[in-house]
Design a protein around this ligand. Structure first.
Ligand code: XMP
Length: 515
């Protein structure tokens, strides 16, 4: 099935992925392209509309990111957001200047009045909060454009040339702070661009299965399955598409959560594929014995993982494709050549293993999907909810949640405590409010009293955070009654723990994991 397409032209703004997600949430497919993409390539995509994103540039500076002016005579509707709006004004005869006084420079929530006669604001309230973040100001509105929104400080908050289908807004409709922002995007898509809403996961599932079959032919595919959302959905998609031509290697390093290895295996039992589970607990624990330094643990686990996978890959022999769970945010990030941030922790992820596997090509069937869409596709493919809505779990697993050296005894203690924590959080319905939550076995022992006896056991830390992007996070306000139940159950049911603490630090300055 083919579907309509919208191009999100990326000028380096920080919410660009969010814009694309919003468009897709409206049932319209879109792709993010760098602003440098040649016009001919954009035309070849045959879009029904284009959205210019925000960005840090200033149109009047020499180094401003610009577009081929021909884009404005092509006949495709354009929505310019923030910098994108200024860019449109700049090219079409308006004037953009640095805001001279603070009143025209707007940041944050701004009370805004809209002209609801404009198609962009049709059917929406005539006033509301919009979220601004701009230091430049549209001093002169381009010819043919009407002013369609204003705030107290700024007369030129939105402009429209309805005949040509050009719209510009100084605020960010894609962020949640803008009331009815998504409805404005929806209006642009449906009222202006003529979208029909033909992007949905049920159809995409069939398209993706067909695409895999076409690409793979009668070839063999190898996949390292970690049990995380992305690799699980890749596995399910490939299983559905090519059955026994797929070999999944699931390395159970013994540092998974309670019964997790069995759950992953069970989820794939319904497909006729070559499912290889390697129970490598003993091997990993041996390598980790006596090691307490977090980065050292990560390195050992990463290397050992590769070794185990390599052994299995050798048994399979030459394959045609190595499958990977790359998803769209990774593609966008690498495409716009963003500089990497400082390495605080070296994340070991399953994937990126092409060096030692004998294969012809990489296949990345999720590379156009956002995380929410990956989950949705997983559901369509019949994966159980515990796999598709699973919270992130680090590649090195419990090894980085056991402070100090890692032993089987400690892993078993932590596994059970963590299981109780998660069970009680879910029972209380709190899991919906949390982005990530888990237990950490600290290396501290303290004195306690149980019955009439003295104990000298481990202190367990509970960690729960809310976050949008895992770059920053806030500690979660789990109700005291729920924490109380969790604490009672854990000290009663888990031998070896006699004290529980709750981590009340945000990120930064702490990180989410303890190691
Ligand atoms: P931090 O602790 O850096 O964690 O705030 C941010 C997110 O990354 C996950 N994390 C990891 N994931 N391998 C992974 O695959 C790792 O070594 C690793 N360390 C942290 C963490 O669980 C959180 O979601």
């Amino acid at each position: 099935m083919s579907h309509q397409n919208v191009i999100v032209l990326d000028f380096g703004g920080q919410y660009n992925q969010l814009i694309a997600r919003r468009v897709r949430e409206c049932g319209v497919y879109c792709e993010v392209k760098p602003y440098t993409t040649p016009l001919a390539d954009l035309k070849a995509m045959n879009p029904i509309g284009i959205i210019f994103t925000g960005g840090p540039g200033s149109v009047y500076r020499e180094d401003a990111p610009l577009v081929d002016p021909e884009i404005f005579t092509w006949g495709v509707p354009i929505l310019g957001i923030c910098y994108g709006c200024q860019l449109m004004a700049h090219f079409l005869g308006g004037q953009v200047t640095e805001a001279q006084d603070d009143s025209a420079r707007e940041y944050g929530k701004t009370h805004t009045m809209y002209d609801t006669g404009c198609r962009l604001f049709r059917g929406l309230p005539a006033e509301g909060i919009s979220w601004m973040s701009h230091g430049d100001y549209m001093a002169k509105v381009p010819e043919g454009f009407a002013l369609t929104a204003h705030s107290e400080a700024c007369p030129n908050v939105a402009i429209a040339d309805e005949t040509r289908g050009f719209y510009g807004v100084q605020f960010h409709p894609e962020v949640n702070h803008t009331e009815n922002g998504v409805k404005m995007i929806r209006n642009f898509l449906y009222e202006v661009c003529g979208a029909v809403g033909d992007w949905n996961m049920e159809d995409y599932k069939h398209t993706a299965i067909e695409a895999v079959r076409k690409k793979v032919g009668d070839g063999k595919v190898l996949l390292a399955l970690s049990g995380g959302v992305d690799s699980s959905v890749v596995a399910a998609l490939l299983a559905e598409a090519i059955g026994r031509q797929l070999t999944c290697v699931f390395v159970d390093h013994g540092l998974m959560r309670y019964q997790e290895g069995d759950e992953v295996e069970a989820a794939f039992a319904r497909w006729d594929i070559n499912f290889v589970r390697v129970n490598a607990e003993a091997r990993f624990l041996l390598k980790l014995a006596g090691v307490s330094e977090p980065e050292h643990k990560r390195k050992i686990i990463g290397e050992e993982f590769i070794r185990v996978f390599e052994e299995e890959a050798k048994k399979v022999g030459r394959v045609d494709f190595l499958a990977q769970g790359t998803i769209y945010p990774d593609v966008i990030e690498s495409g716009s050549g963003k500089a990497g941030a400082a390495v605080i922790k070296s994340h070991h992820n399953v994937g990126g293993l092409p060096d030692y596997v004998d294969f012809k090509e990489i296949i990345e069937p999720l590379r156009l999907l956002f995380k929410d869409e990956v989950r949705q596709l997983g559901r369509e493919l019949g994966l159980p909810e515990y796999l598709v809505s699973r919270q992130p779990f680090p590649g090195p697993g419990l090894a980085i949640r056991i402070i100090g050296d890692v032993t089987k005894e400690k892993a078993d203690i932590l596994r059970l405590a963590d299981h109780i924590f998660r069970e009680e959080v879910a029972k209380a319905g709190e899991d919906r409010n949390l982005s990530q939550y888990f237990a950490v076995l600290t290396n501290t022992r303290s004195v306690g009293v149980m019955g009439d006896g003295r104990t000298y056991d481990y202190t367990l830390a509970l960690r729960a955070v809310t976050t949008a992007d895992f770059m920053t996070a806030d500690w979660a306000r789990i109700p005291y009654e729920v924490l109380d139940r969790i604490s009672n159950r854990i000290v009663n049911e888990v031998q070896g723990i006699n004290r529980i603490v709750y981590d009340i630090t945000s990120k930064p300055p702490a990180t989410i994991e303890w190691e």
